[in-house]
Ligand binder design. Structure first.
Ligand SMILES: [Zn+2]
Ligand SMILES: [Zn+2]
Length: 509
């Protein structure tokens, strides 16, 4: 070991790099063991004595000094090192990942000093058996991951011999471990038996299909769901969690043998999570029809389905909304595109021609797109007021900001009267083209006239838009808080859609 002393701050002999999707802790351990060092000794050499490495969840969010230390020693780029933490999934898996406390979809470790009291790390015995794939993955901290798709088997989260949680950084602490070997990483820290010695249990096809879908969504950053070809992954995962908590809450109310105060999904035992996910797989497989059937069969109430805190992503909200438990067959955006094509071919709007072209009835979606059938002022005002209520109901700054954006999107769509396509392309210049001169905004009532709507949007441009930190070269009015680019037409379509109940016949002028 002495030969390695003095290496602090320089590159160590073996350049151990993180493997695909490897967790930071796993990488650190492999690095130590590759140098035939115990983890504790490596940490002392690398970070100095008393450095608090293991009394926190470094895989969730690692301090910069720790990342810099391991990067220096292994000649790794800081960006690559960041990919080994779950915090790196912020903006993909969930809006924020907190260093302490609970984060959506991440299984907690139950850290108590240097020990782990909750089985928060899962593993695939088959992956760990093969030398080339012997490392712990980020996926194995994901509350919705319960299987290994490579080996089509179930993940495990405790030692098969003694039932202890998996704590790899304590694997070389046993009295029998003089020098770490290639197998130390997969040795139970409590009983020193190999974690891989067990029978693999096969995963059910629906569960495997669900997990594949979720893994893809996380990788791509979007998913095609229902009418939306590219739903942002954060919106999808947040809605999924609302569905899961809401759906379970509703089921619980009716079942006598389910505990009334069960812990949050991420803290439930692996077996329970798996059962819940099987149910989720069923609902999502034929979204939203199967879920709507269950709503009807079990008479779920919308108060049970809607989480009391926070806003719901629209794809879930539109299904569980009390008066709105059905969805349109065609999105407005789709209807608009179809009608555009018809108008080009025939020189005018024609529903029969549209039906022939699209092969389906687009009347419901077209109803409030047609210039003669504009949504009436009451429906639009009601929608804006409803958002005001939601804003009043939350103190979360970012949620309020997003709700305010939705409000101004509605003002642009129905007050300024622009199509969804134009909405997604709206810039300051086009605002002046639509209404000039633009007067001062009066906020006493929801703007009816185009000029007043333009005045509101000008105010939005100066006061709210900057708070969403749009990219410097972005000139569109409505921007994403995640990508900092302009909102896509499909996002604008989602945000500006009015609840179905407002679109029922008789509401149009
Ligand atoms: Zn595996
Ligand atoms: Zn054990």
């Amino acid at each position: 070991m002495t030969s390695l002393e003095g290496l602090s701050g320089s590159v160590w002999p073996l350049h151990v790099k993180p493997r695909p999707d490897e967790l930071l802790s796993s990488w650190l351990i492999r690095f130590a063991h590759a140098h035939q060092l115990k983890i504790e000794s490596m940490c002392t050499l690398l970070f100095g004595r008393q450095s608090p490495v293991w009394n926190r969840d470094i895989d969730r969010l690692a301090p910069v000094w720790l990342l810099q230390g391991i990067c220096q020693a292994t000649g790794t780029h800081l960006q690559q090192a960041k990919h080994t933490t779950l915090g790196d999934l912020e903006g993909w898996l969930t809006e924020t990942i907190s260093p302490l406390g609970k984060s959506h979809w991440i299984v907690p470790l139950g850290i108590f000093h240097r020990t782990r009291q909750h089985p928060g790390l899962m593993y695939c015995p088959a992956c760990l058996s093969e030398e080339k794939s012997r490392y712990y993955r980020r996926l194995w901290r994901m509350a919705w991951a319960t299987a290994c798709l490579t080996h089509q088997c179930l993940l495990v989260d405790t030692c098969p011999a003694c039932g202890a949680p998996i704590v790899p950084h304590r694997s070389d602490m046993g009295a029998r471990c003089y020098l770490p070997t290639r197998l130390t990483l997969i040795t139970c820290h409590a009983c020193q038996k190999l974690l891989t010695q067990q029978t693999l249990l096969p995963v059910s096809p629906p569960l495997a299909a669900l997990q594949a879908k979720l893994e893809d969504t996380l990788k791509n950053g979007y998913i095609a769901l229902g009418d939306n070809p590219s739903l942002h992954s954060v919106l999808f995962f947040e809605g999924l969690r609302a569905l899961l908590t809401g759906g379970l809450r509703a089921q619980k109310q009716r079942s006598t043998n389910v505990k009334k105060h069960a812990p949050v999904f991420e803290s439930r035992p692996l077996e329970e999570r798996r059962v819940i996910l099987e149910q989720l797989a069923q609902w999502l497989n034929n979204w939203p029809e199967d879920f709507l059937t269950d709503i009807k069969v079990h008479s779920f109430r919308s108060a049970e389905l809607c989480s009391p805190a926070g806003i719901l992503p629209y794809w879930y909200y539109q299904v569980v909304h009390p008066l709105n438990q059905r969805i349109t067959a065609t999105t407005e955006m789709e209807a608009e595109a179809i009608m555009d094509a018809v108008a080009k071919q025939t020189g005018g709007y024609n529903l029969t021609a549209a039906q022939r072209l699209a092969g389906k009835n687009i009347t419901p979606a077209w109803r409030h797109l047609h210039p003669l059938h504009r949504v009436n002022f009451d429906s639009y005002e009601m929608a804006v007021v409803e958002i005001d209520h939601q804003i009043a109901g939350t103190l979360d700054r970012s949620q309020r900001l997003l709700l305010l954006r939705t409000k101004f999107i509605l003002v642009a769509r129905y007050g300024l009267q622009v199509s969804i396509k134009s909405l997604s392309k709206l810039t300051l210049a086009s605002l002046y083209q639509l209404a000039s001169p633009i007067p001062n905004a009066t906020f006493y009532e929801v703007p009816r006239s185009r000029v007043q709507a333009a005045a509101w949007l000008l105010w939005y441009w100066h006061h709210l838009r900057p708070q969403l930190s749009p990219a410097p070269d972005e000139n569109r009015v409505f921007t994403s808080s995640l990508t900092h680019k302009g909102l896509s037409a499909s996002a604008c379509s989602l945000y500006s859609a009015l609840p179905m109940r407002m679109l029922k016949s008789g509401q149009f002028t």
